[in-house]
Write a protein of this length. Structure first.
Length: 288
């Protein structure tokens, strides 16, 4: 007799748990729902549904790939961020909940403005810029990234959520590609989740180190704030007077990031915590 859906879910959960994965039940639910083309809720509504040999083969392949440490988002091709589904490929970092803090900070600053313009540096999947544009119909955003493949993903996500006409992406480092644009020196905000991991950092999960793009993860040297500092210096030219700079930073960098922004002359400097209480978003405003 063919195994029922709930039985397969339990076995997949157990198998993933034996491999030390942090959330084996959630991973199994997402992969099985994706493989069968149903909602996670349907896994339980259809718990006694027998699975065909073809379905079992497909599900087994997905679970085995996850067992190798490949992120779930790369297997399903999608990850939710700020309540929106984003296309994800191996060319971009998997969007994470802590990065939603960048969106919150940006919306608080930009919402009162009639037609805000902002830059998203190191946009990756475009999740930050697209989430801001989706929430603010009068806003316009530009984005940069070193990876042409990542920019293709970002443009696709902008189209997916109906903001492509207000989103422009440029290939290049930090704010450099935007110097020739009319908005340079007049941005209301510069947002970024730049690389801030030092190679060899033992806190990085092995699956992240093995599968997510190194270009988006690691700073070139030994200073986790190397790229954040370079961006903060460039943003002094790119921002309008009083414009907002918001940069995601790594755990443990809060005091140094605050001191960095204050030392460059930024005003109203704060470092805001993420949902776990870890200082995560360094914020300041360009002086007038």
């Amino acid at each position: 007799m063919p195994p029922a859906l709930l039985e397969v879910l339990k076995k997949a959960t157990s198998w993933l748990g034996e491999r030390g994965l942090e959330s084996p039940r959630l991973d199994a639910e997402v992969l099985l729902a994706h493989g069968l083309g149903i909602r996670r809720l349907d896994l339980y509504l259809q718990h006694d549904r027998p699975l065909s040999p073809d379905e079992l083969t497909k599900l087994r392949a997905l679970v085995q790939e996850r067992g190798k440490g490949i992120p779930v988002a790369y297997l399903t091709g999608v990850r939710e961020f700020y309540a929106l589904p984003f296309t994800v490929t191996r060319d971009v970092l998997v969007p994470r909940p802590e990065t939603e803090g960048l969106v919150e900070v940006a919306l608080a600053a930009l919402r009162p403005l009639p037609a805000p313009r902002f830059a998203d540096v190191g946009t990756g999947s475009g999740c930050v810029a697209v989430a801001v544009l989706h929430a603010l119909p009068a806003a316009h955003g530009v984005a940069t990234d070193l990876s042409a493949a990542a920019l293709a993903v970002a443009r696709g996500n902008a189209g997916r959520h109906g903001v492509a006409e207000r989103f422009t992406a440029f290939e290049g480092s930090l704010l450099g590609p935007l110097r020739a644009t009319d908005d340079f020196g007049r941005f209301d905000a510069v947002l970024s989740n730049p690389p801030y991991v030092v190679r060899g950092d033992p806190s990085v999960q092995p699956s992240v180190a093995a599968h997510e793009p190194a270009l988006a993860l690691y700073v070139p040297g030994a200073d986790p704030l190397e790229l954040a500092g370079a961006l903060a210096r460039e943003a002094l030219e790119a921002l309008a007077p009083g414009g907002l700079l918001a940069i995601e930073i790594g755990a443990g960098s809060g005091p140094a990031a605050g001191a960095l922004l204050a030392g460059l002359g930024y005003l109203d400097v704060t470092v805001r915590p993420d949902g776990a209480g870890i200082p995560r978003i360094a914020v300041g405003r360009r002086p007038s």
